[in-house]
Design a protein around this ligand. Structure first.
Ligand SMILES: C[S@@+](CC[C@H](N)C(=O)[O-])C[C@H]1O[C@@H](n2cnc3c(N)ncnc32)[C@H](O)[C@@H]1O
Length: 313
């Protein structure tokens, strides 16, 4: 099993062009270590004066980082934690300003392919989906205990699932006799419901699994928190690069980046600015960078990726 890093060259090129990093110094933060593909490339392609601090909330990911810790001892540190707590994690590590931040959000292939983690409708396993199995409730708790209205809202708001109402109703009916405790039992229930002629190339359970995963891991709040915290920590001339995989994430990235480009927010009739707000960043990527066809052919999981980057002013 391996994880092929997505938009590797593009993301690393952006980060290495940060002002201090070009000069051969600085601290780069890879807040989604995963299999370490991006961290490794950042270390290999930068000079001795540049260090990389990586973060992951999945204890299996932090174990995978041991080889980089040995290989790049003085230049690499791996922290266990949720990137939503970026400020505290950096404070505890004694780091003030940073010279680059990478977020390659979502799941690694390790998480998806390991049935025991419960992320995939294709791999049999318990309906869990926690990135950090020591924190929060597994997906099976929501599926078996939430009422109809809550399930409906989760599938509609976080999956944009067209059959949200019907699937929520069916879950509430079926679980009385047969609690839904495994990935396959939930996937089979959805497969039975969505008419074959309405199906796209996507598996009919894709959006429900996405929605549950977002809620179980509080993913969208964590994303907003790390984007805001990251903007506060970047040095002038430093870059933030975010790779997202679905529109709910990408919309948040776009909104927060756009807000950070704005200067004065006083109403137009106020003659002298009272807010004092200055633009924090400039956007480097316009409509976002997508993987080339050659990358998608090699790694179909990169298909939905969109990279956005900003530079701190
Ligand atoms: C797509 S993978 C990153 C892959 C990595 N860039 C590589 O090349 O191997 C995303 C990783 O981010 C981690 N992650 C997701 N949300 C997180 C959060 N809120 N805090 C910390 N880590 C998170 C996941 O556990 C997963 O390992």
């Amino acid at each position: 099993m391996e994880h092929i890093p997505v938009l590797l060259k593009e993301s690393v090129d952006f980060l290495l062009a940060g002002r201090r990093v070009v000069g051969g110094e600085g601290v780069l933060v890879d807040a989604t270590f995963g299999g370490g593909g991006h961290s490794r490339s950042l270390l290999e392609r930068s000079s001795e004066g540049v260090s990389v601090v990586a973060i992951d909330r999945d204890p299996e990911a932090t174990l995978r980082g041991e080889s980089l810790t040995v290989e790049f001892a003085s230049r690499f540190k791996l922290l266990a934690g949720n990137f939503a707590d970026l400020t505290e994690l950096l404070d505890d590590a004694g780091i003030d300003k940073i010279d680059g931040l990478l977020l390659d959000i979502g799941l690694s292939s390790f998480q998806l392919e390991e049935g025991d983690r419960g992320f995939s409708f294709q791999s049999p396993g318990p309906l869990d989906m926690r990135m950090d199995p020591a924190t929060g409730e597994p997906a099976s708790t929501i599926v078996n205990q939430a009422d109809y209205k809550t399930l409906f809202k989760i599938f509609r708001n976080f999956g944009e699932e067209p059959y949200a109402a019907a699937i929520a109703r069916k879950i509430v009916e079926s679980r009385v006799q047969n609690p839904l405790l495994t990935t396959r039992s939930l996937a089979a229930l959805i497969e039975d419901m969505v008419p074959v002629y309405k199906r796209s190339r996507r598996h009919p359970a894709t959006l429900v699994f996405q929605a549950l995963r977002i809620v179980v891991n509080d993913e969208l709040n964590a994303l907003e928190q790390v984007l805001n915290a990251g903007l506060e920590r970047l040095e002038r001339g430093a870059r933030m690069v975010v790779i997202s995989y679905h529109s709910l994430e990408d919309r948040r990235v776009k909104r927060i980046f756009r807000q950070a480009t704005k200067g004065c927010v006083c109403p137009p009739r106020v003659p002298v600015c009272g807010c004092g707000q200055k633009p924090k960043v400039k956007i480097l990527t316009g409509r976002g960078v997508r993987p080339q066809e050659s990358e998608i052919a090699l790694n179909p999981r990169s298909r939905s990726a969109c990279l956005r980057a900003v530079e701190c002013l």
